[in-house]
Design a protein around this ligand. Structure first.
Ligand code: CMC
Length: 429
């Protein structure tokens, strides 16, 4: 099937590409060479930058599937590493394959002792996301055998995938301990991925740490829910950096930076801060909803709205249930959860949010769970990083293995000054 585009006296036939779920795209590969036109698409709302086999997302119907499997089934039945294997290698692993994969990942959990010096060099109050950005890219200096920066061999690449999956939770745990001046806990490879992560975060030498099984299960689920989300801002960043043949560590570090923003992964921290602010100021939800609607006020309802979900975010539904279960276990009334429920209800009844199809997203309730487990607000986005890592890796590998992949290089419509006569500095006023 072709589409026809007419511009002045020129006309061009453009092929229509159809995905496996019948989604259609117009291939504009010949547009500029034939017509001189480029496309302008702020925020890339209408632009597909890759063909991908990893994740299918239908925002109108609230569908999310990884490699064909529904997120609801994966969250209910799998471990995080099982889903990581699925997105990276394409199929669910057998028991034997999963054991082997887990063993290889866990083998790499230990970090070169000199990385501690990198942590030491940062001020105590450094945000964990800044530490993660810096130390992830620092790993490339420690764990790459290549003499050419970025040019890893195939063996290196495979090992780097395991290294990153193994070491990232250790970096997150170090970030947590650093801020508190506590000694870093070494990984314990007798434990599974999640148990080991929790012990690295919360274990201190003076007290034996036993993780709460309910918390382990909740973290497992939350990590799964964050695994991939097709070409979101951070994943596109990872692919874009990798398209220049930059190495995996640099690309992932770029993804972490992109994720840190409050409109993306940073929203989970921002939601909790917003709930705390509303609570501390007397809990006047109506007033904050009015503020969120006011275009002259920079206040937004954090954890609300999504570029692609225009009905509901299937991940948010699971997180809300999980939040209820965790908070019930704590037996105390949680005023922030009650406030969040009330805020959600009032916003969903408001025509402003209805007309714009703004619903709670995954970040609306996740921070409440992390907080209940003992994580500080500034750790929430770092937890998102651990969950999203397999998705970033899967996309990076897919992009690099695609024989048609080219360096990403968008164009622009220039709106600056036209040519000006140069004035030497002495003659400028
Ligand atoms: N509160 C109030 N108004 C909003 C909100 C909000 N949270 N989100 C969108 N709007 C309004 C926006 O002002 C615009 O109004 P109008 O049409 O009158 O100009 C309309 O809704 C459309 O919004 P948009 O900003 O054009 O939508 P977008 O697709 O560019 O942005 C978003 C999506 C998620 C960045 C945005 O909804 C937002 O800022 N939400 C709060 C931050 C947040 O929760 N981010 C986490 C996203 S989920 C986790 C992840 O994957 O990153």
């Amino acid at each position: 099937m072709n589409g026809k585009l007419t511009f002045g006296d020129k006309s061009i036939d453009l092929p229509i590409i159809e995905g496996t779920e019948k989604e259609k795209a117009i291939d504009i590969g010949k547009l500029r060479s034939t017509t001189g036109l480029i496309t302008l698409d702020s925020g890339y709302s209408n632009t597909g930058s890759a063909k991908s086999k990893i994740t299918y997302l239908n925002g109108e119907e609230g569908i999310l599937r990884h490699r064909g499997y529904r997120i609801e089934d994966l969250a209910l039945n799998c471990t995080f590493l099982e889903v990581a294997y699925l997105v990276i290698f394409g199929d669910l692993p057998s028991k034997e394959k999963l054991d082997n994969f887990s063993e290889r990942v866990m083998r790499h959990a230990l970090i070169d002792e000199r990385i501690k010096d990198v942590f030491k060099a940062f001020p105590l109050a450094t945000h964990p996301m800044a530490l993660l950005e810096a130390t992830t890219v620092a790993l490339s200096a420690f764990y790459s055998s290549s003499e050419v920066y970025g040019k890893d061999t195939k063996d290196d690449l495979e090992r780097n995938i395991f290294r990153l999956l193994g070491k990232l939770p250790s970096l997150v745990a170090y970030s947590y301990k650093k801020k508190r001046g506590l000694p870093y806990a070494y990984p314990n490879t007798d434990l599974n991925y999640v148990e080991n992560f929790l012990q690295m975060v919360f274990n201190v030498p003076t007290r034996k740490y036993n993780s709460n099984p309910l918390f382990r299960e909740a973290i497992e689920k939350l990590l799964i829910l964050h695994v991939d989300h097709e070409l979101n801002c951070s994943t596109s960043t990872v692919r874009m950096i990798g398209s220049s043949e930059a190495n995996l560590y640099s690309s992932i570090s770029g993804g972490i930076s992109a994720l840190s923003g409050a409109l993306h992964g940073g929203a989970n921290q921002a939601v909790l801060e917003m709930l705390e602010q509303i609570y501390q100021q007397g809990g006047n939800i109506k007033m904050f909803i009015e503020r969120a609607k006011d275009k002259n006020d920079s206040f937004k309802l954090m954890g609300f709205g999504h570029r692609v979900y225009k009905n509901f975010d299937p991940r948010a539904v699971i997180v809300k249930d999980l939040c209820r279960t965790i908070l019930k276990e704590q037996a105390e009334n949680n005023p922030l959860f009650d406030l969040a429920l009330e805020l959600e209800e009032q916003a969903l009844q408001d025509s402003y949010f209805q007309e714009r199809k703004l619903y709670p997203n995954i970040d609306f309730y996740s921070g409440l769970i992390y907080k209940a487990m003992g994580f500080s607000n500034d750790m929430f986005t770092a937890l998102f990083v651990v969950g999203r890592l397999p998705g970033w890796i899967a996309h990076w590998v897919e992009m690099r293995n695609d024989p048609h992949s080219r360096i990403d290089r968008p164009r622009q419509v220039y709106t600056g000054a036209t040519e000006r006569k140069f004035t030497p500095i002495k003659e400028r006023s």
